[in-house]
Design a protein around this ligand. Structure first.
Ligand code: ZN
Length: 231
């Protein structure tokens, strides 16, 4: 037997069944909340049960909304985009000047685009900007760490990578960094640069590798956590 209960705008599907206890379940991806209860539970008891768990319900529904929001951004004015670990507002300006992207004094990402620039084109511009940001920061980090670690890097590059934050070609002493790092806290980029440079001293993720990481960057675990915990 099904009925509905609405609490602070949230519709809860109540199903009476042959069970002993009350159960509540949130399906974040569908935005659905279901409450199962024994046949003869009073409406007051059902309501109280749901009310007490309202903060929990809201939290779980929100998590679903956040995940849904991870869909492809539209690259339009007002949208928030991550840069160096901070969410920044985007402002699109139609302009006859050459297309460019920059942070203005108020911390807004300003994107100058030609009339008719598609969302795909704006996405490309954002990625080129991210790449430029990384290409500016990476050499500084390599220069900082080369004398400390007593290694030398021949070359570095930035590219889109699906499963890794960085790679190191030991023979050519070349490191590759993931384009997505421009969205993360700068400390995360440094962690990956040091990690890849440490491979020039130790090929494998062996105990020795982690001893080197602990020596050079004692807080690398925090940085790794930050890197994998969203922006
Ligand atoms: Zn590694």
């Amino acid at each position: 037997m099904k009925s509905r209960l609405t609490l602070s705008g949230i519709s809860i599907e109540v199903t009476r069944k042959r069970i002993k206890n009350l159960y509540l379940r949130v399906y974040p991806s569908e935005g659905r909340v279901a409450l199962n209860c024994p046949w003869h539970t009073s409406p007051g008891k059902v309501r109280k049960f749901a009310e007490e768990r309202l903060p929990w319900i809201k939290k779980h529904l929100q998590n679903g909304a956040v995940r849904k929001g991870k869909q492809e951004p539209a690259y339009v004015t007002g949208e928030k985009h991550p840069v160096w670990g901070e969410m920044r507002e985007l402002k699109i300006i139609r302009s006859k000047k050459p297309q460019s992207v920059f942070l203005n004094g108020a911390g807004v990402i300003v994107m100058l685009v030609k009339n008719g620039a598609t969302a795909a084109r704006r996405k490309k511009l954002m990625q080129e900007w991210h790449r430029a940001q990384l290409k500016q920061e990476i050499p500084k980090l390599i220069k900082k760490w080369e004398p400390v670690m007593n290694v030398s890097v021949n070359e570095f590059g930035v590219k889109k990578m699906k499963t890794r934050w960085g790679t190191c070609n030991i023979r050519d002493r070349r490191i590759w960094l993931n384009l997505e790092l421009a969205k993360k806290d700068p400390g995360c980029l440094e962690f990956i640069v040091v990690h890849e440079m440490a491979h020039l001293l130790e090929k494998h993720h062996s105990p020795r590798f982690y001893r080197l990481m602990d020596k050079f960057l004692p807080d690398w675990r925090e940085r790794e956590w930050l890197l994998n915990g969203g922006v």
